[in-house]
Design a protein around this ligand. Structure first.
Ligand code: BGC
Length: 753
């Protein structure tokens, strides 16, 4: 039992990622940065104010094309007058997006080449930097490799899949002539209702950091100038993902302590990993739109976190300071607020007045020249680091691995490990294809590719099957290929009576439910429960008495408490991507053993949305018991076709000092008959703390492959810094006292002195 007199206040501001830290530079990097800054200074000296404000402007490709913004002429056609006005006269330094849908690599070649040709017509000859949302692969290039979305990747609990996704994305994005991606999302997915939950790595900060850093490293490598690397964009800084109403871009209120402990750390970890750019959060936090918050954009991001790269706005967010947030009376005032707060580049994205008004603001003394030079310096540095000055247009012939089988196989492996088996009564799965006759495959998500991929797939919302990659499978296609077309009956489930008749003639029913694609605002919902017609389908099928396998394909956990006892097995995929149908079929028929685990808490009730790392008072139930934590499935849950036994939890010592460490080990035995992978999860609970401690926190994890009958020893090394929390003074501290270790069903204790 600890006493507060003995609290060891380990202020760890130098040691852990989430706090203020001086920028440490070694001799080599000092030489490098002074060389670079002199290059930037020399370059800046050659630029006029018009050149500079142009560099800070990012416009959508819509403004260069025939047609109207959001409604371009098909096929995409450049308008020469607009090209000249935007790229030469206004000297706009960055273009983004795709004008409505994905293009072939040939079309991208034409687009990028044309844009850079015009950029070379302006006096400064600074190349344009093109940015794109390459979210789960290079989704705006036709036929590119599409991976599981972030939440689905997090279900693998293996950061190598995040790295591989990023590596292939970087390669295929460069292969499309584009050097800058607006990913990864590093917002924590801690509200199941939020329509961008599937764009996150889930609810746990440790898991997000591991996944996020692997992704950043995969995208950027050691050198973003390499022909197969791109600059990443951490987004959306800061406090985007937990709006009070669970809907996109609504007010967020976060106390400084929560901000430090749950929101900043993934961004800090990515900054430390060298992330090159950051996108600012569209929302307002504690009553201040982040785009106009100097405390966040300068004091925190630059001075405390040490970020030196480019800060770009989110879509139209300077304009929204006027129209939505109402903190500025007009666009010009909004520009002044945002740029003075620390924005480097405005994703305007349609209004060509931005550079004109920014120039006026500088001439009128509202925005200091030093602020402009700082931003333009960062942008120039990024363009230089990307190699754009030497090669504004890549060699499009140099990418023979684009959309290769090798990349598709990587996506398949990731999808396979991302599927989470939630229930499996009496080993209903795997199905024995050799003895099973007819299978009914039904449900709205059974015969679609768009639902497996989700938003940001060929189009922003990803809803239109017209853009599906030819030859890629739906779940129905994969089951037919496995079990024989003649042995599979399909209905979409909309006619329950007809579907029940089909079920009566089948030996088993595979019902595929969930969500249709969406992202951002269009994904807002008023009820997190799975739509009634889908629940009714399962209830109707129950009458037929056949084994029911439920597969949920969704971007967030839609509640199914009403029907959860009906299916014999339940599996979920949080948008597992283009290759996932085969992965799902392989799991269903036992060719693959599921190993995914939930990276979120799956709620049971709409008014009980909670994370695993809740507080003690969250346990209080209306019956005065402490049984108030009652999710459908817990964070970290996921079944396998084999079983794992945990034994022999041991620790290197009973006590650790403030600068010591402890090694925690456990033996994990595969006591089934088939090989499998287990995610060993280390949770630690601070028994008593000066700020109410969480019931437990994930402090380590390791995914291990174990042969049948074999035992693997898994080790974790924990330091007091790993146990830190943000204390009463809003500083990171570790307090002395007892800590409980939990791995599987085993528990132990150690003490920090
Ligand atoms: C989204 C960003 C995205 C940007 C550019 C915004 O609406 O919030 O995540 O990167 O658009 O497409």
């Amino acid at each position: 039992m600890k006493t507060f007199q003995f609290l060891l206040m380990v202020v760890i501001s130098l040691a852990i990622t989430a706090c203020a830290k001086p920028v440490v530079t070694d001799a080599t990097s000092q030489v490098k940065s002074s060389m670079e800054s002199s290059w930037v200074d020399e370059k800046l000296a050659t630029l006029s104010l018009e050149d500079k404000v142009g560099e800070m402007t990012q416009l959508s490709i819509d403004v260069l094309a025939e047609g109207q913004p959001y409604n371009l002429v098909e096929p995409f056609t450049f308008n020469e007058e607009k090209l000249k006005n935007v790229l030469v006269d206004l000297r706009v330094g960055s273009i983004l997006n795709c004008g409505g849908h994905a293009y072939t690599r040939d079309e991208w070649k034409h687009i990028i080449t044309t844009i850079q040709e015009y950029a070379m017509m302006k006096e400064s000859k600074i190349p344009v930097i093109y940015g794109i949302d390459a979210i789960h692969g290079t989704n705006y290039t036709m036929e590119s490799t599409l991976f599981p979305q972030e939440l689905s990747t997090a279900c693998t609990w293996d950061p190598e899949f995040a790295r591989q996704c990023a590596e292939v994305t970087a390669y295929e994005t460069r292969a499309s002539g584009i050097p800058w991606s607006f990913s990864p999302v590093l917002d924590a997915g801690r509200d199941a209702r939020w329509p961008r939950l599937w764009e996150t790595y889930g609810e746990d900060i440790h898991l997000i950091k591991k996944m996020g850093v692997a992704y950043v490293e995969g995208l950027q490598g050691d050198n973003i100038g390499a022909t197969d690397k791109v600059a990443c964009t951490m987004k959306h800084f800061l406090g985007y993902s937990t709006p009070m109403r669970g809907k996109d871009r609504m007010p967020v209120y976060i106390h400084e302590r929560q901000l430090k402990e749950y929101v900043i750390p993934p961004f800090q970890a990515a900054v430390d990993a060298g992330a090159n750019s950051i996108m600012i959060c569209s929302g307002e936090m504690n009553g201040i739109p982040v785009h106009a918050d100097e405390k966040i954009l300068k004091d925190l991001l630059r001075d405390e976190m040490g970020f030196t790269g480019v800060a770009v706005t989110d879509w139209e967010d300077i304009g929204y300071l006027v129209s939505r947030h109402r903190v500025a009376k007009d666009f010009k005032e909004a520009i002044g607020q945002a740029i003075n707060a620390g924005i480097d580049m405005a994703m305007v994205p349609m209004d060509t007045k931005f550079p004109v008004l920014l120039k006026e603001l500088v001439e009128e003394g509202v925005v200091p020249m030093s602020r402009i030079d700082e931003s333009v310096g960062r942008i120039l540095q990024m363009k230089k680091d990307l190699g754009l000055f030497e090669n504004p247009v890549p060699d499009f012939n140099a990418y023979d691995k684009f959309a290769s089988d090798e990349f598709a196989q990587m996506s398949y492996e990731a999808a396979k490990e991302s599927m989470v088996l939630l229930e499996n009564k009496n080993n209903a799965l795997p199905l024995d294809g050799s003895t099973l006759g007819n299978i009914l495959v039904t449900g709205p998500n059974a015969n679609t590719l768009t639902c497996l991929n989700g938003g940001w797939t060929r189009t922003w919302q990803g809803t239109d099957p017209k853009w599906d990659t030819p030859g890629k499978w739906s779940i129905l296609d994969a089951i037919k290929a496995e079990h024989g077309e003649a042995n599979v009956t399909y209905t979409d489930g909309s006619d329950i009576g007809n579907t029940k008749s089909s079920a009566a003639n089948a030996d088993a029913v595979i019902v595929v439910l969930g969500e249709t694609p969406y992202t951002e605002k269009p994904g807002d919902i008023d009820d997190i429960t799975l739509p009634q017609d889908q629940l009714d389908l399962v209830k109707g099928l129950k009458d037929e008495g056949k084994p029911i396998i439920l597969i949920m394909i969704e971007g967030r956990p839609r509640l199914i408490n009403d029907i959860v006892d009906i299916p014999d097995a339940i599996m979920v995929g949080f948008l597992p991507g283009e290759e996932s149908a085969r992965a799902i079929s392989d799991i269903l028929f036992g060719k693959a053993n599921p190993s995914g685990k939930l990276p979120i808490t799956y709620p049971k009730f709409p008014n009980d949305i909670i994370t695993y790392d809740h507080k003690g008072t969250d346990l209080a139930h209306r019956d005065f018991s402490m049984n108030g934590f009652n999710p459908q499935w817990e964070f970290g849950h996921g079944l396998s076709y084999t079983t794992f036994d945990y034994s022999n939890l041991r620790m290197s010592q009973e006590k650790i000092t403030s600068n010591g460490s402890i090694t925690i080990q456990v033996d994990v035995t595969n006591n089934g008959t088939r090989k499998g992978k287990e995610v060993v999860q280390l949770y630690i609970a601070d028994k008593v703390a000066s700020v109410t401690p969480c019931v437990k926190r994930l402090r380590g994890f390791d995914k291990v492959a174990i042969a049948p009958g074999a035992t693997e020893t898994v080790s974790f090394t924990i330091t007091p810094q790993d146990l830190a929390f943000v204390g009463r003074e809003n500083e990171w501290i570790t307090e002395a006292g007892e800590f409980e270790v939990m791995i599987g069903d085993l528990k132990g204790m150690f003490e920090v002195e």
